[in-house]
Design a protein around this ligand. Structure first.
Ligand code: ATP
Ligand code: MG
Length: 173
């Protein structure tokens, strides 16, 4: 699942995984289980590639992920994507599809502001920083995954967008 913060990667990653009967693997959940890195996460700064890659690949190696998985929040940099590709290739596996959740900038800003209030977790500066980090570090993944990319209009109700995501994935796989 690709897309800026607030696009709905968590929500739709979870729904897609349930629909496909595969695990939903969320990088932020893995980080929270692992503990540590709290300050950088709260600030919206990325955790180092080698740490993230090890955490996610350990999870992907588990039994329940052998028949497929939905990745959410990882990869977040081209270096992470390249490490993932190498690792999958060594196992004769590959990604089937990269779903890009697209949301107009104003809608994104509204969603992030609402969530900041609801979760009392991020002020405006942190939100702006997270968006900037996305543009700088993660937006290049759209190019990287061009051959696998399915763009989904993620401005709509959860049900509507979930149907679009599933249709996009089924048409690609
Ligand atoms: P959202 O609801 O926006 O998906 P979330 O709670 O799932 O929020 P993320 O934005 O996915 O959180 O991740 C929270 C933080 O964890 C990031 O700001 C970053 O510090 C760290 N993080 C998560 N995934 C990665 C990754 N692949 N590489 C580097 N850092 C990461
Ligand atoms: Mg998330």
């Amino acid at each position: 699942m690709l897309g800026p913060p607030g696009a709905g990667k968590g929500t739709h990653g979870r729904l897609l995984a349930a629909a496909l009967g595969v695990p939903h693997i969320s990088s932020s959940e893995l980080l929270r289980q692992h503990g540590g890195h709290r300050a950088r996460m709260a600030a919206g700064d990325l955790i180092d590639d080698d740490v993230m890659v090890e955490l996610v690949l350990d999870r992907l190696a588990q039994d329940d992920a052998q028949a497929g998985f939905v990745l959410d929040g990882f990869p977040r940099t081209v270096a992470q994507a390249a490490a993932l590709d190498r690792w999958l290739a060594e196992r004769g596996q590959r990604l089937d599809v990269a779903v890009l959740l697209e949301v107009p900038r104003e809608v994104l800003a509204e969603r992030l502001a609402a969530r900041a209030v609801a979760e009392r977790r991020a002020d405006d500066d942190v939100i702006a920083h997270r968006l900037q980090v996305y543009e700088q570090e993660s937006a290049p993944l759209v190019e990287y995954y061009a051959p696998l990319l399915r763009r989904v209009d993620a401005d709509g109700s959860v049900t509507t967008v979930a149907e679009r995501v599933l249709a996009a994935v089924l048409s690609a796989a």
